[in-house]
Design a protein around this ligand. Structure first.
Ligand SMILES: Nc1ncnc2c1ncn2[C@@H]1O[C@H](COP(=O)(O)OP(=O)(O)OP(=O)(O)O)[C@@H](O)[C@H]1O
Ligand SMILES: [Mg+2]
Length: 380
């Protein structure tokens, strides 16, 4: 039996039962107490009594109707809406919206149901986005692996056909095959790292790092490598005093290397110039890495940290890449509690900025002392 029918029947019973009881009691009272019957009463009394009876029935009916509709609106209606919503979800439709206001338990149940629908919708959207990105990734991997593989195949065929007759030629072929294999290995390493980072499987090894020393060493190493590529690197430490950060030295090196490798890859000037700067930014240390490369157009700039995003000119150029580098960089910086962004002028150059929070001994000590005190109080 439907809930609606049950409620109507309950209220009919509420009206009929007292009436029936009243009728039976009057009959019994008349019989055993020898009271006069209604027809024996004065007509004026008869009139008053029948009016009272009609009034009682009317009040009972109106109360029953009002209570039924109140209960119908606050129980049956929201349950019916909830049932419709559940069926929609069962059929895979998450695009509706369940609007039930009120503060009773059923309204709260509907509001929780709506929150669940919104969460499911988000998860579904994330999954669609993830699947789309995976498809792009697979097509990028196939494309990026196909180029070196074709070359390796070609050179091997050359060796088998005896084209590499002289020892010099043979060495050249083998070198090329080796280089192509290294390219493939690099791509696969990047993809493995990317998938680890994406699923939070990178175990960070956080330690206290002295910013000045760390970046000075970085700059020294990089300057040598960049010099061999004809790029000049200037390092400026504009920090007013010694600062420390809590970070993973290895992963931060990956950040710097990825940014620098982009500067090298997208360098289009004869004399490449790069600078690595450290500045104070309130409670943060700001690191800036600037190049005088080809720059990034304003329409591409907001997206360069997105996974697999490459500007049209990069995609069409011979420079390899999957558009993963900067998304890894962003993830690492954000996992350090920092922020990263880029400024660029097409044709002039690009600057990547990132900030990392300074380690403040006093605050940390106070924090530790407070938690010690708290622990002692708990102990007592
Ligand atoms: N210094 C830069 N100068 C010019 N363009 C840049 C620079 N850094 C990044 N870009 C642009 O941003 C895009 C995204 O960079 P990202 O490092 O994520 O990918 P990628 O270098 O193309 O590939 P990968 O790093 O995976 O090998 C690049 O394709 C390029 O178009
Ligand atoms: Mg890159």
């Amino acid at each position: 039996m439907k809930l609606q029918t049950k409620i109507i029947l309950a209220f009919l019973a509420v009206i009929l039962m007292p009436l029936a009881l009243m009728g039976i009691s009057l009959l019994l009272m008349g019989r055993f107490m020898h009271l006069p019957s209604l027809s024996q009463l004065d007509p004026a009394y008869q009139e008053i009594l029948s009016q009272v009876a009609v009034m009682i029935i009317l009040v009972l009916v109106i109360t029953a109707v009002l209570l039924t509709s109140w209960l119908y609106n606050s129980i049956v209606k929201p349950i019916a809406t909830l049932q419709k919503a559940t069926r929609a979800i069962k059929d895979g439709d998450l695009d509706f919206s369940l609007q039930v206001t009120g503060a009773d338990e059923i309204s709260e149940l509907c509001q929780d149901f709506e929150a669940m629908r919104v969460r499911l919708r988000q998860t579904q959207e994330e999954k669609i986005q993830y699947d789309r990105e995976n498809k792009v990734l697979i097509s990028n991997i196939s494309h990026d692996l196909k180029t070196p593989l074709t070359a390796v195949k070609g050179y091997c065929e050359g060796i088998l056909d005896g084209v590499a007759a002289s020892p010099e030629r043979m060495t050249k072929y083998i070198h090329t095959i080796y280089n192509k294999a290294c390219d493939m290995e690099k791509l696969l390493d990047e993809l493995t790292l990317y998938s680890k980072i994406d699923t939070n499987r990178i175990p960070y090894n956080f330690t206290r790092i002295s910013v000045k020393d760390y970046f000075a060493d970085c700059a020294e190493e990089l300057a040598m490598e960049l010099e061999s590529r004809g790029i000049e690197l200037t390092y400026s430490d504009l920090l007013e005093e010694k600062a420390e950060i809590i970070g993973d030295a290895e992963q931060l090196k990956r950040v710097v290397n990825n940014i620098i490798s982009n500067s090298i890859k997208y360098m289009d000037k004869k004399q490449g110039i790069m600078s690595l700067r450290l500045r104070d930014d309130g409670d943060f240390v700001r690191v800036e890495i600037e190049d005088n490369g080809k720059g990034i157009g304003a329409k591409d700039l907001p997206y360069i940290f997105d996974r697999f995003y490459r500007t049209d000119s990069s995609r069409n150029s011979a420079t390899g890449g999957s558009g993963i580098g900067l998304s890894i960089v962003k993830k690492i910086i954000e996992d350090h509690g920092g922020r990263i962004w880029a400024t660029s002028l097409e044709g002039t150059g690009t600057t990547i900025h990132f900030v990392l929070r300074k380690y403040q001994e006093k605050q940390e000590e106070e924090h530790e002392q407070n938690s010690d005190r708290g622990r002692r109080r708990e102990h007592r």
